[in-house]
Design a protein around this ligand. Structure first.
Ligand code: DQA
Length: 147
């Protein structure tokens, strides 16, 4: 089973970016730990990060033809704004788990608008980098046996 892990804007800056909120772990470190986890459960993972909404949409659109069966996605700030990214996920009809490093429900009012939670298979928020590992396990648990 092939799973694509997508990270949106500013997540390439993890490690340096507001460490009190997002922690000291870099995106590279998160991806390495996901690679190890994927090996141990026997799934294939690939990764994509972009700061550009259109690039994220194009990556999502290509995924089904490349054999991906699900996404783990942290849409970053687009979580609260991007109808277009939401539409792309609906259009490709692949299930996805939404991840946020921070506990978004305890943050600013503008972050309480979420355009992804209602269409996600599930959402994981507030567990830092562990959230991505939990999401990978969830994808495997939910869809792995069918692939
Ligand atoms: C985030 C939460 C978003 O509100 C924020 O814009 C991010 C990161 C998180 O992982 O906690 O960029 O998605």
């Amino acid at each position: 089973m092939k799973i694509l892990v997508i990270n949106g804007p500013n997540l390439n800056m993890l490690g340096n970016r507001e460490p009190a909120i997002y922690g000291a772990t870099t995106l590279e470190e998160i991806e390495s730990s996901l690679r190890r986890k994927a090996l141990s459960i026997g799934v294939e993972v690939d990764f994509y990060q972009s700061n550009i909404e259109g690039e994220l949409i194009e990556r999502i659109q290509k995924a089904p033809a490349q054999g991906f069966r699900a996404f783990v996605i942290n849409p970053g700030g687009y979580t609260h704004t991007s109808v277009a990214l939401r539409d792309a996920l609906i259009a490709v009809e692949l299930p996805f788990i939404e991840v946020h490093l921070s506990k978004v429900s305890a943050r600013e009012p503008f972050r309480q608008i979420n355009l992804f939670s209602d269409i996600a298979a599930g959402s994981i928020s507030g567990f830092g980098p562990l959230g991505y590992i939990l999401a990978l396990e969830a994808v495997w648990g939910l869809y792995g046996k069918k692939a």
